[in-house]
Design a protein around this ligand. Structure first.
Ligand code: GTP
Ligand code: MG
Length: 339
């Protein structure tokens, strides 16, 4: 019997702090076959994922990691892995190391939600059997209302992790320390609404909604909660691909978001082309041409992602129909092209 299979998840009961807590970056690959706990941070760009890591590291004598930044677009552009030093998750008698996987933010103009899911799908699939991966989903409490894009991001997360993983996913609301005293009551109302309207089913099934106060203590409290999480709903099916849809004509939210991005980019391309028709200034033309190229490259990337998504979720009949359509299109293009 292997070390890992000898352990039962219900034995994962407490977290131990052995000294000065600090966070150090480690290669992402080093987490692939770890026996430790891996906490995946997800959520919209700017929601505070990297700030959470900074807060955990804030008492370290080695200083800030410099990973949380004030920029409009995403800062974390790739998966980044970290180990939390001097903290262990005690599983039965064994101290297990704690790792954090920081991911790029949802709703970023340059990185699609699907691309982020593609990069962590391997982790999700591994965790479904290894029982050691936890998820923190970050959401800013300063958002006055839940914009449809943010709601779609939540849907993407929920479908991706699926019912099986609900107890191991925790909602972390951020920006509490930025609130003026007068705005606190309204924020508490938003928190209650978020928990009771958008996270209800998940709370009923073992997930939890928490508040992150942007301090070391608050980060440790959340870490403790995560490290003490026990059994997931093992009776539920493992999530497949990027989630399930209720009916054949329904689309996965992650696909819907990707299609919206492609549509928006195509509109932008149209506008650039219109501008280029009337533009004489050579310098401006060069800038617009470069912009056009960037937009075209992104459309190509997003279309390739869409194709990969279809390959993964394609039902045999749909696949056959799509192939026939593709052949038909090719024949028509040849006939028209030969004229
Ligand atoms: N005061 C305060 N600032 C926060 C909090 N969360 C995030 N910020 C600030 O918001 C900005 C973005 O935070 P990040 O932690 O980089 O956000 P992120 O979720 O990692 O963003 P991406 O890497 O783009 O996905 C930074 O300036 C942070 O200091 C919070 O809870 N309190
Ligand atoms: Mg970040």
């Amino acid at each position: 019997m292997s070390y890992r299979s000898a352990l039962h998840p219900s034995q994962l009961t407490r977290m131990e702090i052995k000294g000065e807590v600090s966070v150090v970056e480690v290669p992402v690959e080093s987490l692939e076959d770890t026996i430790g706990v891996v906490i995946v941070l997800m959520g919209p760009t700017g929601a505070g994922k990297s700030s959470f890591i900074e807060a955990l590291n804030s008492l370290s004598t080695s200083g800030s990691l410099g990973i949380a930044k004030d920029q409009l677009e995403t800062v974390t552009a790739d998966l980044r892995a970290y180990q939390v030093r001097n903290v262990a998750s005690i599983w039965g008698l064994y101290p297990l190391p704690i790792y954090i996987l920081d991911t790029p933010g949802f709703a970023d103009p340059r990185i699609s939600e699907l691309q982020i899911l593609e990069s962590i799908k391997g982790w999700r699939d591994a965790c479904s059997s290894a029982e050691k991966v936890r998820v923190l989903y970050f959401h800013s409490i300063s958002d006055v209302r839940l914009a449809s894009r943010k709601k779609q991001c939540m849907d993407v997360l929920k479908t991706f992790w699926g019912t099986r993983n609900i107890p191991t996913v925790t909602l972390v609301t951020t920006m509490w320390d930025r609130l003026k005293p007068a705005s606190r009551a309204a924020a508490e109302e938003r928190f209650a609404s978020l928990r009771d309207d958008h996270w209800t089913e998940w709370c009923q099934n073992g997930s939890k909604a928490t508040k992150f106060e942007n301090t070391y203590e608050s980060a440790i409290d959340i870490l403790k909660h995560v490290a003490q999480l026990a059994d997931r709903q093992t009776s539920a099916n493992k999530p497949q691909g990027y989630g399930d849809v209720k009916s054949a004509d329904e689309m996965l939210t992650v696909e819907q978001l990707l299609r919206e991005r492609i549509d928006a980019l195509q509109q932008r391309l149209q506008m650039i082309d219109n501008d280029l028709r009337t533009l004489d200034d050579p310098e401006l033309r060069q800038i617009f041409q470069q912009d056009r190229k960037d937009v075209l490259d992104t459309i190509t990337t997003f279309n390739a992602q869409l194709e990969r998504l279809h390959d993964l979720h394609r039902k045999p009949v749909n696949w056959a129909i799509r192939s026939l359509k593709r052949i038909r299109r090719w024949i028509i293009s040849r006939v028209v092209g030969d004229r």
